[in-house]
Write a protein that binds this ligand. Structure first.
Ligand code: PMV
Length: 323
């Protein structure tokens, strides 16, 4: 029996969320908390899934029926990933896949894209079908769109490529940035954001007021391009200013919430170069870019504002075979 173990990183978006849905760039960094999958082959032509983190146990379906009939919510990404891989590169065996994550799926670290990237990378290794990172990205992004209908794909790029990536909608550009490590303090608001519905709300706002929203997204585009240079130059002070401006613009779009604002304010007052929400808004996490000597104080300030500190390192490795 063949067996493979594969992992992919979680992610945090540094700048450019929402605008990246509309043909604009964003910058995303992979974090060192990972999601992993064990994949083994079965003689019986079925897919068996165990994903205890999302409440799935002993879910099974015949390979030929993948993607049709009822699909258990927690099994959706794995099932569609296997179906899409199978459609592109058919295989003869059955599969058992179990997933396990070092981070809670409520953090907004991108568990769906990480699990999808794991399945693609793992199957290509196990079945001896060599796929490039770009091919893994394309198959994974298709899967994410099949499963949830919306999404720029930035999270998929982060899971596949890792590091810190400059990304334009649907992978029109995927540019890994060569950077030195930087210090990011991450605070979880305790509230789970529903990305798809926030993306939909923004689309409705844009329909009602296209000039306003498109002006904001154009300014975000400019910010992201300048932030990319600041990152490559390790100019953290400048990057912090761009993050602060991005937060103002996201507030204008209306996606921040009081709890995040309070955590962001606390981080800035304690010496962060800059701070903002990360992701769709409406909950999930905020990030603060800090000089090393301010990290401890910023962490305390965020905790005092009732945020949960998540200890992560940025710029982590992309999807990889563990054994
Ligand atoms: O909530 P997250 O971390 O999945 O981030 C969403 C980012 C958006 O730009 C709002 C959506 C997207 O797919 O790019």
């Amino acid at each position: 029996m063949k067996e493979v173990s594969v992992s992919a990183p979680g992610k945090l978006i540094l700048l450019g969320e929402h605008a990246v849905v509309y043909d604009k760039p964003c910058i995303v960094t992979a974090v060192d908390q990972r999601l992993s999958c064990e994949i083994s082959s079965l003689e019986k032509r079925i897919l068996e899934i165990n994903a205890p983190d999302v409440g799935v146990s002993n879910y099974s379906k015949s390979i030929e029926e993948l993607g049709s009939g009822d699909i258990e919510k927690g099994a959706m990404f794995i099932e569609l990933a296997v179906r899409n891989f199978y459609k592109a590169h058919s295989f003869k065996s059955g599969l058992r896949i179990s997933s396990r994550s070092e981070f809670k799926h409520t953090f907004g670290f991108g568990s769906s894209s990480a699990v999808t990237a794991c399945v693609m990378k793992g199957l290509s290794e196990m079945l001896g079908i060599k796929l490039t990172e770009r091919e893994i990205f394309d198959l994974s992004y298709k899967t994410v769109l099949d499963a949830q209908g919306v999404g720029s794909g930035f999270d998929v790029a982060s899971a596949v490529y890792g590091g810190t990536v400059y990304f334009v909608t649907s992978g029109k550009k995927i540019e890994p940035l060569n950077i030195k490590n930087f210090n990011l303090v991450v605070g979880y608001s305790g509230e789970k954001a529903d990305t798809a519905s926030i993306v939909k709300e923004v689309a409705e706002k844009r329909e009602k007021n296209p000039e306003k929203i498109d002006r904001i997204f154009s300014e975000i585009e400019e910010l992201v391009d300048r932030a990319k240079e600041a990152i490559v130059d390790s100019n953290w002070e400048k990057l912090g200013l761009f993050m602060n401006r991005d937060q103002e613009l996201l507030t204008e779009v209306g996606v921040s919430i009081k709890k995040l604002d309070e955590m962001i304010d606390a981080a800035r007052k304690s010496g962060a170069y800059g701070a903002k929400l990360s992701g769709a808004g409406g909950g999930d996490c905020m990030i603060a870019l800090c000089p090393p000597e301010k990290i401890a104080g910023v962490k305390t300030a965020i905790s005092d504002a009732d945020g949960e500190i998540l200890d992560v390192k940025v710029n982590a490795e992309g999807a990889r075979i563990e054994k």
